[in-house]
Design a protein around this ligand. Structure first.
Ligand SMILES: [Zn+2]
Length: 87
């Protein structure tokens, strides 16, 4: 077993951690609320979020699933005047 010779238990744990941490960090970054100003009334509102299926595909097919994020966010709805736009 050549592969087992190179990878000890410690290396395997490190690789597993990296594989787990990257998608988690990614989700934390994407779930954060970002404020954008409404083009109609100028007030700050929370930008539209990524859809659930995009997170699911990103993780299941990581790293290729990240391409699903290119589909973009859901439209943003202004909390003050109900105006909807794609940001
Ligand atoms: Zn508005």
């Amino acid at each position: 077993m050549i592969i087992a010779g190179f990878l000890g238990p410690q290396e395997i744990i490190i690789i597993l951690l990296i594989v787990l941490i990257i998608p988690i960090l990614l989700i934390v970054l994407l779930v954060r609320n970002t404020n954008v100003s409404c083009p109609k009334c100028g007030k700050l509102t929370i930008q539209g979020k990524f859809r659930f299926w995009q997170f699911l595909v990103s993780i299941l097919f990581f790293p290729f699933g990240l391409l699903s994020l290119l589909a973009g966010r859901a439209p943003t709805t202004c909390s003050s005047c109900e105006y909807r736009w794609q940001s």
